[in-house]
Design a protein around this ligand. Structure first.
Ligand SMILES: NC(=O)c1ccc[n+]([C@@H]2O[C@H](COP(=O)([O-])OP(=O)(O)OC[C@H]3O[C@@H](n4cnc5c(N)ncnc54)[C@H](O)[C@@H]3O)[C@@H](O)[C@H]2O)c1
Ligand SMILES: [Zn+2]
Length: 366
């Protein structure tokens, strides 16, 4: 088991990464001074519950913990006011109090929802993240929690840092292949924004990663978490530096939104978005054209899409980008790159440049 430390102004906490870690949860709880008198509220989704909830409940209960299990339907639609209300109701009925601890066992959906429940229940109770998707190496760290409104994604939320994060890499064995692939996009993003040697490592270990070699996956997650931690430690509440984590996300979010989140997974959309950001970097910062090729071939090696293959209009995509909260006062702001492993925030990007990039992204097979 490897351990990383997240240091923010509000909390310092550990991220544990390793294989076969779930069974270590009871002893970690006691190491973190969580007494058996404190009630536990284990939140998970219907898919994960069927696979992992039973042994976890048994090991917690046999250690003496009073655990209530709450199972939400799997999928993004559970990041809703309705499901949050279901958690409040179950939590109150279970007799949770201010000393109770929420445990989020799942991907970004469970982590964001259960984390927001913990942030708001009785003005905030502690919570623990047990990520089960590759993408969740990103979402479980940093304390951003929240739910969607029917008019848009992540409109309600909070910053609420977990007590600790326990990433059992073995759980990724059962992850559907499309979800694993989607998660690689965030791993690639962490390498592209921060660490050129991580980019080379991903190229070298591509086959082993796709084949789910657990020790190689563990290394990728460890390195990805390290980047995320470095960024959020400098800027906990996204006032400056943390925005670089949005590399590829401006175009990516537009692609997710235009199809009402039904066409691309998050990772697929930001994969195309990162190629767009590399293209825009060549336009705006005179980055070498090689940056586009390197970005694209790395993403393709993980079987991620790199071009827009649907006839969505540029105007509609631009409208969404304008509404994006990163587009301040109607100007386009993007995270761009001059070279692999390094990015910067660029304001005042002319619309003509973005249109040019969208056109290129629609030229399939170049
Ligand atoms: N808070 C943040 O900083 C942050 C960052 C990035 C993304 N997010 C959020 O994360 C969400 C997406 O998260 P996600 O991609 O993990 O999706 P998800 O939580 O919906 O999980 C994807 C699917 O995989 C299933 N699954 C999860 N783990 C499994 C396992 N080990 N074995 C088998 N099936 C498993 C789930 O049931 C679900 O059907 C989005 O809502 C996004 O907004 C949050
Ligand atoms: Zn993302």
């Amino acid at each position: 088991m490897r351990e990383l430390q997240v240091q923010t102004k509000t909390r310092t906490y550990s991220v544990y990464v390793g294989v076969e870690l779930l069974s270590k949860l009871p002893s970690l709880l006691s190491q973190h001074s969580i007494e058996t008198t404190q009630k536990l509220f284990l939140v998970t989704d219907s898919h994960i519950s069927a696979l992992y909830a039973k042994p976890l409940l048994e090991s917690l209960r046999s250690t003496g913990y009073d655990v209530t299990l709450s199972v939400i339907p799997a999928g993004e639609s559970s990041k809703s006011l309705e499901t949050l209300d279901q958690l409040y109701e179950e939590g109150i009925k279970a007799g949770l109090d201010r000393s109770s601890v929420v445990i989020a066992l799942g991907g970004g959906v469970v982590g964001d929802l259960a984390g927001f429940f913990a942030a708001s229940f009785m003005r905030g109770i502690p919570f623990i993240q047990l990520p089960t998707t590759l993408l969740a190496h990103d979402s479980s760290i940093g304390g951003k929690v929240g739910i969607n409104h029917r008019l848009g994604k992540n409109y309600m939320g909070a910053f609420h840092q977990p007590l600790f994060v326990l990433f059992d890499v073995s759980l990724l064995s059962s992850l559907p292949v499309r979800e694993l692939t989607s998660g690689f996009a965030e791993v690639v993003k962490h390498a592209l924004i921060w660490d050129k040697s991580f980019v080379s490592w991903l190229v070298e270990n591509n086959q082993a990663l796709k084949a789910r070699n657990l020790s190689i996956l563990e290394e990728a997650i460890y390195r990805g978490c390290k980047v995320k931690i470095s960024v959020v430690s400098e800027d906990e509440t996204e006032k400056g530096k943390r925005a670089i984590l949005n590399y590829g996300h401006t175009i990516g979010h537009a692609l997710e939104s235009i199809s009402n989140y039904s066409h691309y997974t998050h990772g697929e959309a930001i994969s195309i978005g990162m190629v767009g950001a590399a293209m825009l970097s060549v336009e705006m910062l005179d980055a070498p054209a090689q940056l586009i090729q390197d970005t694209e071939s790395l993403l393709q090696s993980f079987s991620l899409p790199t071009r827009i293959e649907e006839p969505w209009s540029d105007e509609a995509l631009l409208q969404i980008m304008k509404r994006d909260k990163k587009a301040k006062q109607g100007n386009y702001t993007f995270v761009l790159s001059r070279r692999l492993g390094n990015v910067e925030i660029v304001n005042e990007i002319p619309e003509t440049k973005i249109k040019k990039v969208l056109k290129k992204l629609k030229e399939v097979g170049t």
